[in-house]
Design a protein around this ligand. Structure first.
Ligand SMILES: C[S@@+](CC[C@H](N)C(=O)[O-])C[C@H]1O[C@@H](n2cnc3c(N)ncnc32)[C@H](O)[C@@H]1O
Length: 266
């Protein structure tokens, strides 16, 4: 698993995605943090710099030329995330491999199954829409649904203004610049995918790493390699965490982290 949370300029994030993406196993995740900056929907004043593009634009460009990752909108719980479009799952390659092996009879069987499945889905959709509308009008509420295909989440009022205390999310006393709900989602992914190694770019005070380590303690599996260009004092010591100092896109740093991945996964 990879979590990218360092320099939030488009160029840097894109470079990170190119360097760390190939390390992500099929079915595992690359999380691009803070895609909400620069108008998505956080105000453009919170961009990586005047007129600069950020992580969301990096994701768009990366996906335009990489078909091996897919955005998992289901990770955007209640539409409340700092990472809209940023939860990327490494797509199983099997799908593409299978297609070339399909024989004529297989194609007929698949067509029949699709026909029935399509009819079933249509029936389910119509029934669901009918009952949902009835419930909504009965309560006077409107129903908001997020789907994998909708262009932007209806992310609620994420405000970064005025906020020293608002920024102080802590895990066992160490500050992390993440929302509690996103941390919960990472917990779900760690439980589901059980990665041998989680690589984080942008350690800061180590609050994120400390949280991942606690979850891995509960799962009794996994290690964290985390890198920051600054070596801030007071980061938590933990047997599952290894800290690196340097730029996350420095080939020497990436090489050193990759070497550790090989050791960790045997
Ligand atoms: C948003 S904070 C990281 C927050 C952290 N992941 C957490 O959970 O609290 C961004 C960090 O990225 C670091 N950073 C900035 N540019 C970097 C680079 N080129 N390589 C590695 N780290 C960088 C900054 O020093 C800062 O500590």
């Amino acid at each position: 698993m990879v979590i990218l949370d360092s320099d939030h300029s488009k160029e840097h994030v894109l470079q990170e995605m190119d360097m760390y993406g190939p390390l992500v196993c099929v079915g595992c995740y690359m999380v691009v943090q803070d895609t909400h900056l620069n108008g998505y929907p956080v105000h453009v004043a919170f961009s990586p710099g005047p007129g600069k593009q950020g992580p969301m634009e990096a994701v768009h460009e990366f996906l335009a030329r990489n078909s091996d990752f897919v955005v998992d909108r289901d990770r955007e719980k209640y539409g409340l995330t700092f990472n809209p479009n940023g939860w990327l799952e490494a797509r199983p390659l099997k799908e593409t491999l299978c297609v070339s092996r399909i024989k004529a009879w297989d194609a007929v069987i698949i067509a029949v199954v699709c026909l029935f499945a399509g009819a079933g889905s249509m029936l389910w959709f119509v029934t669901r829409t009918f009952f949902t509308n009835r419930c909504a009008s009965a309560t006077g509420n409107s129903v908001v649904s997020a789907s994998r295909t909708s262009p932007m989440p209806s992310t609620a009022s994420i405000t970064t203004s005025g906020g020293s205390k608002r920024w102080r999310t802590r895990w066992l006393g160490t500050e992390t610049m993440q929302t509690p709900l996103d941390l919960w989602v990472v917990q779900e992914i760690l439980h589901e995918t059980r990665p041998d190694v989680l690589m984080e770019t942008g350690t800061r005070l180590g609050g994120g790493a400390a949280y991942y380590a606690s979850i891995m303690d509960l799962l009794r599996h996994g290690r964290i390699l985390t890198v920051d260009i600054e070596n801030l004092p007071g980061k938590p010591e933990h047997s599952r965490i290894e800290y690196f100092t340097g730029s996350s896109t420095d080939p020497a740093i990436v090489g050193a982290m990759k070497a550790k991945v090989k050791v960790a996964s045997g």
